[in-house]
Design a binder for this molecule. Structure first.
Ligand SMILES: O=C(O)CCC(=O)C(=O)O
Ligand SMILES: [Fe+2]
Length: 314
């Protein structure tokens, strides 16, 4: 059954002020808002005016990219750049791993070697700027979350072990005009996700009462979602919510997703300050990259519940 959802106005938290430094009153206010929003909804809208300058170039480039004839692209070469569910028939996806210290090199390389054989310098520059903006925003939000749980002393260690996946996504308009699924119900398994979309809405999340709510982000905002890895890190302090994409109307939906997760070899483990007799450890330490293999098979077999609990629940 397709649920058309009802409107929810997610909290909007503004990150446009470049002077918002840790410890400033603006920082503390935003931190408080982030914590409240994530406890209530597991997601929120982060506005960042700087992204508006990139908006036309980002979506213009994405339209062109997905219009390239398929045979010109070496799709999904086995370079471990593509992970996750293989997707839905209406969904086209390109993804790339980016290292925060080598954003420009990683993106240029990926665009030139696989996605766009003739190269596209201006789109490459646009994506580099987008990745720089969004990874900075992710780090800011993650630091605020850590501070608000009193575990910010781990923030740098975690940043050193973070991997980013940038997904470029197109959902085609539903063929017969009837609402159709673009991506099925799921919870993200990484730490934090930032989504940026064109004017075609379709993202819905489940609120605490199990109702599906439509998300309508402004042109200057990202939707920020908690993932399972963050739940484990905070020993249940925050939890992800189910979400999906429902396509309506006759226009394609383009989006970019920045997925922050930990590197292979790093063990996700609850901060010891958050483990005590009243709140015992929920998960054994796990390697996110190894866990993803289990997660995929779990999803493919159609099993419900929390795959992370099956994998390493205590
Ligand atoms: O396209 C969207 O807005 C959501 C995508 C998503 O949830 C995902 O790829 O995990
Ligand atoms: Fe998701």
């Amino acid at each position: 059954m397709v649920s058309l959802g009802t409107e929810a106005k997610l909290p909007v938290i503004d990150f446009s002020n470049q002077n918002m430094k840790p410890g400033s009153p603006e920082w503390d206010l935003a931190k408080h808002q982030v914590r409240q929003a994530l406890e209530e909804y597991s997601c929120f809208e982060a506005s960042l005016d700087q992204v508006l300058e990139l908006r036309d170039a980002v979506f213009g480039g994405l339209e062109q990219l997905f219009d390239l004839p398929l045979e010109t692209k070496k799709l999904y070469v086995s370079d471990k750049t593509f992970r996750g569910y293989s997707g839905h028939p209406s969904k086209l996806l390109e993804s790339m791993m980016i290292d925060e210290s080598q954003i420009a090199e990683n993106i240029e390389q990926r665009l030139i070697t696989t996605l766009w054989p003739q190269g596209n310098t201006s789109f490459s520059k646009t994506l580099v700027c987008f990745a720089e903006l969004s990874t900075r925003l992710e780090k800011t939000i993650r630091r605020m979350i850590f501070e608000s749980f009193g575990v910010d002393k781990y923030a740098d260690e975690l940043s050193d072990n973070m991997n980013y996946m940038l997904k470029l996504i197109k959902y085609k308009a539903p063929p017969n005009g009837e609402p159709a699924s673009g991506i099925i119900d799921h919870r993200d398994q990484n730490m934090l996700t930032l989504l940026y979309q064109n004017e075609v809405d379709g993202l819905q999340f489940q609120n605490k009462h199990g109702e599906w709510k439509n998300v309508k982000p402004s042109p200057n905002s990202f939707i920020v979602l908690v993932g399972e890895s963050l739940r484990a890190w905070l020993n249940g302090g925050l939890s992800p919510t189910y979400h999906h994409v429902l396509m309506k109307g006759n226009k394609a939906r383009y989006g970019l997703g920045l997925f922050a997760g930990t590197r292979a070899g790093y063990h996700v483990k609850a901060a010891e300050e958050l483990v005590n007799d009243k709140n015992p450890s929920m998960f054994k330490p796990f390697d996110y990259e190894d866990y993803l293999v289990f997660y995929l098979s779990h999803v493919i077999l159609g099993r419900g519940g929390s795959p992370l609990e099956h994998y390493c629940g205590v």
